[in-house]
Write a protein that binds this ligand. Structure first.
Ligand code: NZQ
Ligand code: ZN
Length: 391
């Protein structure tokens, strides 16, 4: 295991009706004037936004609103939010929604107290200062409710890039599994895929002797495999949604990633797809991950075989562990298809003709230096080959 520091100060309020305490939590973490930031309207239709506003009013907390965050959130609305925060003297940013609303809120919170262009942060500048952030999560997926990350697409060139910094960890996050019961099945499946992808990105490591985090990742993957069919069949299943919601947080607040090198090439490869074709991030990952695994399994067959045995229940082939590794990848593909995820390029609306350009952007575009990934360093040619495996 490698040396590490881990500071994850988010206060989590988990369970039914917790959103009715939003005002108290905003006060507790120093907010007097809030920007409420949300997406395309699901929180209006469900009545959640009204409950949140009532809770703020009860505590005498002032607020302004900015809705309209799109999935794969864009830079334009971030600039609008930054201007609004400055004009209205906002001192707390509250995201109500999924990863997109939360990531856009994080970008606004950082940009509002920065003299330069907020996009600097998405080209590698570390975020050290931001307004405090609170979240009320409505979909288990991105893990942004506990992560120090934000992913935004710059409309100038359609670059989808991530920024990071401890200042982006939410001060509080409200996780009420009942809020996810209105999700369409496709979005639930996208979220499940993303959560599993965050675990795979950490599992495929070059660091030796990381049994504790290996086992935590395996436990969370087994939980996802058990609970996914239950929520797909019945989104109203509170207990299954609850298990998935907490797994989604743990998959990405990095408690399973400390002390080990991580990969993240699959996310970079996917972000090009969702930037260009505007597909759902989870749907993109369902197509990318099996292809990335197939392409890279030769670099550590035993690690792939270990996952296949411990998580997918495959038989170990001691003579030819490659067979076990392949059986694990096949099981993953079957699982994604079983929950309604796409399995190839065309189902994502992606085009073979764009492969070269996407591979180039993934490796060189906007701040990148030629290779991506930690488990295996991939160059432009490798990335193009992985896209081709997805055809
Ligand atoms: O916009 P509204 O109307 O709210 O609808 C959303 C949206 O259409 C809908 N939805 C959310 N909760 C709902 C609901 N519909 C009905 N009932 C509910 N309870 O679901 C759709 C997807 O929402 P979105 O916020 O886009 O989903 P998700 O949480 O998957 O976020 C995806 C974004 O997060 C980024 C992705 O790249 C993508 O841009 N990521 C962020 C990360 C981070 N900050 O740490 C890490 C991830 O790897 C990921 O890259
Ligand atoms: Zn993700």
């Amino acid at each position: 295991m490698e040396n590490f520091t881990f500071y994850s100060p988010t206060y989590f309020a988990f369970g039914k009706d917790q959103e009715n305490n939003t005002g108290k939590y905003v006060r507790r973490f120093g907010g007097n004037k809030v920007l409420i930031h949300y997406g395309g309207g699901s929180v209006v239709r469900s009545g959640l936004l009204d409950r949140v506003k009532n809770s703020l009013k009860e505590e005498g907390v002032g607020f302004v609103e900015l809705g309209g965050v799109k999935p794969n959130p864009r830079s334009g609305l971030v600039y609008e939010g930054i201007d609004l925060c400055r004009k209205e003297k906002v001192d707390f940013v509250l995201a109500v929604g999924g990863g997109s609303a939360i990531d856009s809120a994080k970008a606004i919170a950082a940009g509002a107290v920065y003299d330069g262009d907020f996009w600097d942060y998405y080209q590698g500048k570390v975020i050290t200062k931001a307004l405090p952030i609170g979240t009320i999560l409505t979909i288990s997926a991105a893990g942004s409710e506990g992560s120090p990350d934000s992913v935004i697409t710059n409309e100038n060139g359609m670059y989808k890039r991530g920024a990071s910094g401890e200042a982006l960890r939410p001060a509080f996050s409200i996780l009420n599994p009942a809020l996810t019961q209105t999700l369409p099945q496709f979005q639930i499946a996208c979220g499940i895929t993303d959560i599993m992808a965050h675990l795979f990105e950490r599992y495929f490591t070059t660091t030796k002797e990381v049994e504790v985090t290996d086992r935590m990742i395996e436990a969370l993957l087994l939980t996802m495999i058990k609970e996914a069919p239950r929520v797909i069949q019945d989104p109203a299943d509170y207990q299954a949604q609850a298990n998935i919601m907490w797994a989604g947080m743990m998959a990405h607040n990095n408690s399973c990633g400390v002390g080990r090198a991580q990969d993240w090439a699959s996310h970079d490869i996917e972000h090009e797809l969702s930037a260009i074709y505007d597909c759902a991030h989870g749907a993109g990952l369902a197509v990318v991950f099996p292809a990335w695994m197939t392409y890279n399994m030769k670099h550590d067959i035993n690690r792939f075989a270990k996952l296949a045995v411990r998580v997918w229940g495959c038989q170990m082939d001691f003579e030819q562990p490659e067979n076990t590794a392949k059986a694990g990848i096949a099981a993953l593909k079957r699982f994604f298809i079983s929950i309604g995820m796409p399995s190839n390029f065309s189902e994502l609306g992606a085009k073979e003709a764009d492969i070269e350009e996407m591979a180039k952007k993934a490796c060189y575009g906007d701040g990148r230096k030629g290779t991506i990934g930690g488990f295996v360093k991939l160059n432009e040619n490798d990335v193009a080959n992985i896209y081709r495996l997805m055809l």
